[in-house]
Design a protein around this ligand. Structure first.
Ligand SMILES: NC(=O)c1ccc[n+]([C@@H]2O[C@H](COP(=O)([O-])OP(=O)(O)OC[C@H]3O[C@@H](n4cnc5c(N)ncnc54)[C@H](OP(=O)(O)O)[C@@H]3O)[C@@H](O)[C@H]2O)c1
Length: 242
């Protein structure tokens, strides 16, 4: 088992990529904390984790609220005694022209994607360090490496998340805490449910599990400060017709 008896917190673990990573980690021997705002979803994933024979702790937590994050980390330590892995996966976005984004909406995207990543990292850092180290995985986006129209708030937050990753990785070297990011392209989850597009030419939530397992495990023990893009590729429509 690649994560035997490791304790992993996964924010946004109630659906989509977070759920897939939680189940993938449990399948490799980890116990998981599922932190998000919708109790029914995190409780459902907790039941799925338990069906795999691992322990799960669903915690209602808004990552933009420091008191929620602090208490989620406290509950994790009370329950499991340690934190080996943090996956900062909770995310939000909006699609609007830059001239039409209400300030509150821009701030909300930064609050979830960037400040939420900061708050969770801040509060797990000392317990992780004191237990000998660990691995933090930030779920950024290709929007954190490129620019896309109508996604200015999202891109700003995801580029910020990558800057935060690289700086934390430097700081983490002294504490044996590795910090890396993944940068998914389009993935077929509820995140994009409102967009009409060809789902067959997109990543599935499960496509993110292997890379997260690698970054969470000791297999990547000398890898820190990196960003791994994950992008669907395949034959173009013209090729398929040929
Ligand atoms: N799908 C894509 O095409 C794509 C591409 C690149 C990157 N990503 C990134 O991948 C990550 C996961 O996205 P997904 O596609 O799996 O979307 P999803 O299915 O909508 O899941 C998002 C998760 O984040 C949680 N969340 C949102 N706001 C939160 C908050 N304030 N506090 C705590 N949890 C919060 C949601 O739970 P609650 O609503 O219950 O809180 C949910 O569990 C995000 O960071 C996203 O930016 C996605």
């Amino acid at each position: 088992m690649r994560l035997q008896d490791k304790i992993a917190i996964i924010t946004g673990g109630g659906r989509g990529i977070g759920r897939a990573v939680a189940l993938g980690f449990a399948g490799q021997g980890a116990d998981v904390v599922l932190a998000a705002r919708t109790p029914a979803e995190i409780e459902q994933v907790a039941a799925e984790v338990e069906a795999l024979g691992r322990r799960a702790l669903p915690v209602r937590c808004d990552v933009t609220e420091e008191d929620h994050v602090k208490s989620m980390v406290g509950l994790t330590l009370d329950h499991f005694g340690r934190i080996d892995v943090l996956v900062n996966n909770a995310g939000a976005g909006n699609m609007r022209p830059v001239w039409g984004i209400p300030k509150k909406s821009f701030e909300h995207v930064l609050a979830v994607n960037l400040v939420g990543t900061f708050l969770c990292t801040k509060h797990v850092w000392r317990p992780m360090r004191d237990a000998g180290g660990g691995s933090i995985i930030n779920v950024s986006s290709l929007g954190g490496m490129r620019g896309y129209p109508l996604l200015t708030a999202y891109c700003a937050s995801k580029w910020g998340q990558i800057g935060f990753t690289v700086a934390c990785a430097e700081e983490g070297k002294a504490d044996n805490i590795r910090v890396n990011a993944i940068a998914p392209g389009k993935a077929d989850t509820a995140f994009r449910a409102q967009i009409r597009e060809d789902k067959s030419r997109m990543l599935k939530a499960e496509d993110h599990v292997g890379v997260c397992l690698f970054l969470a495990s000791d297999e990547s023990r000398y890898i820190t400060g990196h960003v791994i893009p994950i992008e669907w590729f395949g034959p173009q429509a013209e090729d398929q017709a040929a």
